[in-house]
Design a protein around this ligand. Structure first.
Ligand code: IMP
Ligand code: MG
Length: 176
């Protein structure tokens, strides 16, 4: 059964939490007087975003976008679908997108353009994981907690066929 496959830990809970605390400090400083809007890209970013935002001590707003690009395989379909759009008005506001992982960059490139069209005052991208070697489109990432090699990873919000999102670490599905 899918859930019984072995997972090899790539980044453990403490490493993740330490990085999140560091990032929350930087963001709290950068946005302390600007009431930013954090847009959480669902589903994958929900765990990272909640840990990050709980450690920030400034006034901020939260919104969500539900995106799908993968289906149930480990290769991106390349087609980005917005299942549910955000609801706040972002015009003239400082906006930060929170993503779980940037792979080819297709998803965020699309999202960034779509959000920019609504005239935010600024727009930055924050991600838990980045696989720079897989990039297919040019994308500037403002804050990335960890750069990883070309592995398919699960945990801390990331799924394989909708499983493993609740693992408290980032791991690789082992084939043994
Ligand atoms: P991109 O559009 O190719 O950058 O893919 C981004 C999206 O693909 C992410 O938001 C994830 O949902 C998913 N994704 C990419 N790599 C992985 C992975 O290693 N594990 C789980 N999901 C992934
Ligand atoms: Mg996903």
């Amino acid at each position: 059964m899918l859930e019984e496959k072995k997972i090899k830990v790539l980044i453990d809970e403490k490493q993740i939490n330490d990085k999140i605390i560091e990032l929350a400090g930087k963001l709290s400083e950068e946005y302390k007087n600007s009431n930013p809007i954090f847009i959480i890209v669902l589903k994958g970013a929900f765990v990272f975003a909640s840990h990050l935002l709980l450690k920030m001590n400034i006034p901020l707003n939260v919104d969500f976008m539900v995106i799908s690009s993968y289906g149930d395989s480990t290769e991106s379909s390349g087609i980005v679908r917005i299942e549910e759009d955000m609801s706040l008005n972002i015009e003239n506001r400082h906006v930060v997108i929170i993503e779980d992982i940037i792979d080819t960059g297709t998803t965020l490139n699309y999202l960034r353009k779509k959000i920019k069209a609504n005239n935010p005052k600024s727009l930055k991208i924050v991600t838990l994981l980045d696989k720079p070697s897989r990039r297919k489109v040019d994308l500037e990432v403002d804050y990335s907690c960890f750069e990883i090699e070309d592995y398919f990873v699960v945990g801390f919000g990331l799924d394989y066929a909708q499983f493993y999102r609740n693992l408290p670490y980032v791991g690789i599905i082992s084939e043994e």
